[in-house]
Design a binder for this molecule. Sequence first.
Ligand SMILES: Cc1cc2nc3c(=O)[nH]c(=O)nc-3n(C[C@H](O)[C@H](O)[C@H](O)COP(=O)(O)OP(=O)(O)OC[C@H]3O[C@@H](n4cnc5c(N)ncnc54)[C@H](O)[C@@H]3O)c2cc1C
Length: 377
Amino acid sequence: MIYDVIIVGAGASGLFLGANLKGKKVAILEKNSSAGKKILASGGGRCNITNRFVSAKNYLCEQKIVEQILKVLTPDQILKFFSELKFSEQKQNQFFCDSGAKSVLNLLLKRQNADIFYNKEVTSAKKVDEIFEILTKDEKFRAKNLVIASGGLSYKSLGASDIGYKIAGEFGLELSPISPALVSFSVQKDEFWFKELSGVSLRADVEISDKNDNHKFSDNVLFTHRGISGPAILNASLFWQKGRIYINFLPRFSEKNLINGKKQLSSVLPLPKRFVLEFLRNFGLKDKAFYEFSDDEKRTIKRLLAYEFAPAGTFGFERAEVTKGGVKTEFLDENLQCKSIKGLYFIGEVLDITGMLGGYNLHLAFASALKVAKYLR
Ligand SMILES: Cc1cc2nc3c(=O)[nH]c(=O)nc-3n(C[C@H](O)[C@H](O)[C@H](O)COP(=O)(O)OP(=O)(O)OC[C@H]3O[C@@H](n4cnc5c(N)ncnc54)[C@H](O)[C@@H]3O)c2cc1C
C-alpha cells in the first residue's frame, strides 16, 4: 500500500495536519503508545493554545517565512477549530482551555482523517523512484509525501527524539545549532540564597543581551529549590548564551522612597518580606531603615534594582519546553516543502522557528501544519 501522505509524529503539528487533510490516504506514525503527550503537559495541563496577539516578532527565526506561515491561521481561527471547547483569555493574552489539555487532544483525535499507528518509532527514511520508504523498527511504510512532525529534543520523557534532524541530514538539509529553551536556570554559589526562597514568586524586569540585541522581559520570576524560573526567566533563556543576566526586583519602585523611608527595609520595599529578609541575610545585613546602612551597604541594597549574575546553566532538554534551532528554513519553500526533495515537508518544532512563552509554539505547530495541508489538498 502506498499512502498519499505519511506524517512522522502524532504531536500538535502532526495531529492538526491529520485533521486538515481531506480525501487522502494519510497515516501518522507515532513512537509512543498514545498521541499528543506534550499537548497533555502543555500550559500546566491547561494547554495555552494560542495568543490574541501573534506576530512574527514573537518568534526567533527568519522573519519572512514565519510571516507566511502565520498568514494561514489567525488566533480566532484556532479558537474556531476548537469551538466545541471553552477557552479563557488570561495573563498576557494567552488562551487556556477551561476543560484542560486532555479535551484539546481528544478533539484533535476526533477530527482525524488519518490512521494513527502507535509504537512505530521511525528510524530512517529514503526516497526511491518518487516514493518515500519510511522504516520503523519492525515495518516499512511507503508514501508519495512525507511530513516530518516529530518535534525537537525537549522533554525526552514525553517522546522526543532526534529523528527529524536525522532525516533532514539524510536528505542534505542543514540544521542551525540546537539548544534547550524556555527553560529554568540553575545558579552558582553566589546565588544559592535563591534556593532558600523556593516557592516565592514576584514581578521583575529581566534583561539579557545577546550579540544582536538587548532583551527585556517584565513578568514573574519564581524561585525554586534548584534555581530560578517563571515566565520572565523562561523567555530570557531563549537568548542566553552562557553570559550574565540582570534582574530588577523593584521595577516600579522609585529610589526616592528608599532614601526618605524611616521604616525597616522589609516594610518599605514592595517585595515579599521573606525575599527581603533572605537577601539581607545573604549579604550579612540587618533589617533596618535605609538611612541606617553604611554607603557600602546601601550599594548592596541598590543591587535589587539591577541584580547581575551569571547562571550556572539551564536545566537542559530534560526540562526545556522547546528546542531552539533546528531545520534551516532556507532549505524549504513557502509551503515548507524541501526545495531539493519534492514531497518532503517539515512542520512544528523541528523547524528553526522558536516561539516565546505564551501560546506561540502551539500556534506555530498548528499554522505550519495548515500551511502544508492547504498545499497538499
Ligand atoms: C511541559 C511543556 C509545556 C508546554 N506548554 C506549552 C503551552 O502551553 N503553549 C504552547 O504554545 N507551547 C507549549 N509547549 C511547547 C509545545 O508543546 C511544542 O512546541 C509543540 O507541542 C510542538 O509540536 P510538534 O508537533 O512540533 O512536536 P510534539 O508535540 O513534540 O510532537 C512530536 C511527536 O513526534 C513523536 N516522535 C518523536 N520521534 C519519533 C519517531 N522517531 N518516530 C515516530 N514518532 C516520533 C513524539 O512522540 C511526539 O508525539 C510546551 C512544551 C512542554 C514540554
